[in-house]
Design a protein around this ligand. Structure first.
Ligand code: FES
Length: 354
């Protein structure tokens, strides 16, 4: 089962005024446990002012670099991100879960294209380095949006990558609050800009895979532009750090499902033990009902993004509010995100032992 391990912080490196990267020391006996694929993330857990905080952060290192490093951008009001940027020091110990996530490359040589904005560069940077280091035939084109040049994460490392793999890398920076000489590179990566980029700068048919990571609006714009340019949906990989807001109608129907499910009994298998858990509508989801019953079901984001809380449905049906964490294949194999699920009737049985 997914579990946390105590890892010592080996380095906290300032990347920009608002972001640090954190390198963990991985003891030899945990090296296999913490092996990762480019594009994956780690879940970290710690106590901040007496409260347990869990967050997911993408790994910015590439597997060939043999280090485990995440990037953490300070968000206004963000508890862990502020803590990491202001107080975390070398030698501190954090609880860390092994790498997870599906924002990975299919493997093999090819031409890869990525749209990233802000800290959305983090997993893309890992994918980019990995593709270039591992395969001399791979190419990588990056379209990277930021507000100002001072906020560009990994600016120097990206430039170094460009120097090192000159003929296989293209990097285009777009700034929304700073004027560049060429008008085309001013502004956000919105729908129009993404369409222009694809028309002018990308051989769409030749690309093996497209990666998209950044704020919701930019991701929707890039995804729509890619689909409009004729890219097949299975060639587009999107990574969300937070779930998109639900519409009022979606929210109301989700709340209705929760109210109706009050008191339903569910069979829950965890660590080889089966127990009966009653769905508590006040808690609002299966995960919290399971944990309130004393079973230590794993979780991280509680927002339908990280898939740490996933379980498999053995019997019955559930309603899932949002799902950004499971692949269509996993959904077809009856995996559910328990932090987003409500039992649709009596007789639901789930297992976390997957
Ligand atoms: S805890 Fe992250 S998807 Fe449920």
């Amino acid at each position: 089962m997914t579990e946390f391990h105590a890892l010592r912080v080996a380095e906290v490196r300032r990347e920009t005024a608002e972001a640090v990267s954190v390198r963990f020391e991985v003891p030899q006996d945990l090296e296999k446990v913490f092996a990762f694929e480019a594009g994956q993330y780690l879940t970290v857990k710690t106590m901040i002012e007496g409260e347990e905080v869990r967050r997911c952060y993408s790994i910015c290192a590439a597997p060939p670099e043999a280090e485990l490093r995440i990037a953490v951008k300070a968000l206004r009001g963000g508890r862990f991100s502020t803590f990491a940027n202001q107080r975390l020091r070398e030698g501190d110990v954090l609880e860390v879960m092994p790498a997870a996530g599906h924002f990975t490359a299919p493997g093999g040589a090819g031409a890869y294209v990525a749209f990233a904005a802000g800290s959305g560069i983090t997993p893309v940077f890992s994918l980019m380095k990995t593709a270039l280091m591992k395969d001399a035939q791979s190419r990588f084109t990056l379209f990277y949006g930021n507000r100002r040049s001072a906020e560009i994460l990994f600016l120097e490392e990206l430039a170094a990558l460009k120097n090192r793999y000159m003929d296989r890398v293209e990097i285009f920076h777009f700034l929304s609050q700073e004027q560049e000489d060429m008008e085309f590179f001013n502004g956000r990566l919105d729908d129009l800009k993404c369409r222009e980029i694809l028309a002018r700068l990308v051989d769409v048919a030749a690309a093996k895979m497209f990666f998209v990571c950044g704020p919701e609006g930019m991701m929707l714009a890039a995804e729509e532009a890619l689909l409009a340019a004729g890219v097949a949906a299975d060639k587009i990989r999107v990574e969300r750090f937070v779930a998109a807001a639900m519409s009022p109608a979606q929210l109301e129907s989700a709340m209705e499902a929760v109210r109706e499910a009050a008191g339903r009994r569910m069979g829950v298998v965890l660590d080889g033990r089966r127990s009966t858990v009653v769905f508590d509508a006040a808690l609002g989801n299966i995960l919290d009902s399971v944990r309130a019953a004393g079973m230590p079901a794993p979780f991280a984001c509680k927002g339908g993004v990280c898939a740490t809380c996933r379980a498999r449905l053995l019997e019955g049906e559930v309603d899932m509010k949002v799902n950004y964490g499971l692949t269509p294949d996993e959904v077809a194999r009856k995996y559910i995100l328990t932090c987003q699920s409500t039992p649709r009737g009596e007789g639901v049985v789930i297992t976390y032992d997957v």
